[in-house]
Ligand binder design. Structure first.
Ligand code: GLP
Length: 241
């Protein structure tokens, strides 16, 4: 790596670009321990603050991750999640050749919360199942999903049904085809609880997604709030003019 101290490009930025290039072209492979702030500072004769700024930015962008007491490592490539096409987590992982699994952390039958009634087209006397799952890819936590399913579509729902795909269960149980969804995406940072569930640090960027999903007959059967790891996910969509 070469740092040009005369360049108008800030030094932290040069370090970032250099490291990004090495990560992208595979010179630095996933899970490689990179030199410490002190080592970089000494090597280039620059301040540790400058190095820290570069490394912290790369951690926030998902190129590097820190492990307490061990150092800073190169992250694995982010998952590219297309925004076209309505798929389930299980299908997404299958397409990537990975094993999907879930940890069910909450499961209850409740009166539909007022703020969800319009989306689910329910009234105050209707009941929903609320289920909160951690979604894992090859045993690594990727997202937390809290789904609300109207009781009418849930059949004899039990915890046992939720180890696999929710969408598969719903389609088999209702005989109806899942057809379309509306999603809202927002940037956020992981709360203490979310960070704990996702095995990341509090304050790490996350993608918050609210989805309402419909059957072919336009009836909504799911409202779900998802929190995806920003350091592991990238959303992709194409646009036409
Ligand atoms: C994705 C979506 C969720 C949906 C889930 C169903 O993760 N973001 O909105 O509830 O898929 O996945 P599965 O059928 O694997 O339970």
């Amino acid at each position: 790596m070469f740092i040009d101290k005369q360049s108008p490009i800030p030094m932290y930025h040069q370090i970032m670009e250099n490291l990004k290039k090495q990560i992208e072209d595979g010179t630095l492979s996933p899970d490689t321990l990179i030199p410490s702030e002190r080592e970089y500072a000494e090597r280039f004769g620059i301040s540790r603050m400058t190095v820290r700024q570069a490394l912290s930015n790369l951690v926030n962008e998902g190129y590097l991750y820190r492990q307490k007491g061990k150092g800073t490592f190169v992250s694995r490539k982010k998952f590219e999640q297309p925004l076209q096409g309505l798929t389930s987590f299980t299908e997404d992982m299958r397409q990537r050749g990975l094993k999907a699994s879930s940890h069910l952390i909450d499961f209850k039958r409740i009166a539909c919360p007022e703020h969800l009634r319009p989306a689910l087209q329910l009234s105050n006397s209707d009941t929903v199942y609320e289920l909160k799952r951690i979604r894992l890819a090859n045993d690594e936590p990727m997202a937390i999903e809290t789904s609300y399913i109207p009781e009418t579509f849930a059949g004899d729902f039990t915890k046992a049904h939720l180890t696999g795909s929710l969408y598969e269960y719903i389609e088999n149980n209702t005989g109806l085809a899942i057809a379309h969804a509306k999603q809202e995406l927002e940037a956020n940072v992981a709360s203490k609880e979310e960070a704990h569930l996702l095995s990341i640090s509090t304050g790490t960027p996350v993608l918050s997604i609210a989805r309402t999903t419909y059957f072919q007959n336009d009836l909504p059967f799911e409202f779900v709030l998802s929190v995806y790891r920003g350091d592991r996910y990238k959303l992709i969509h194409t646009m036409e003019r």
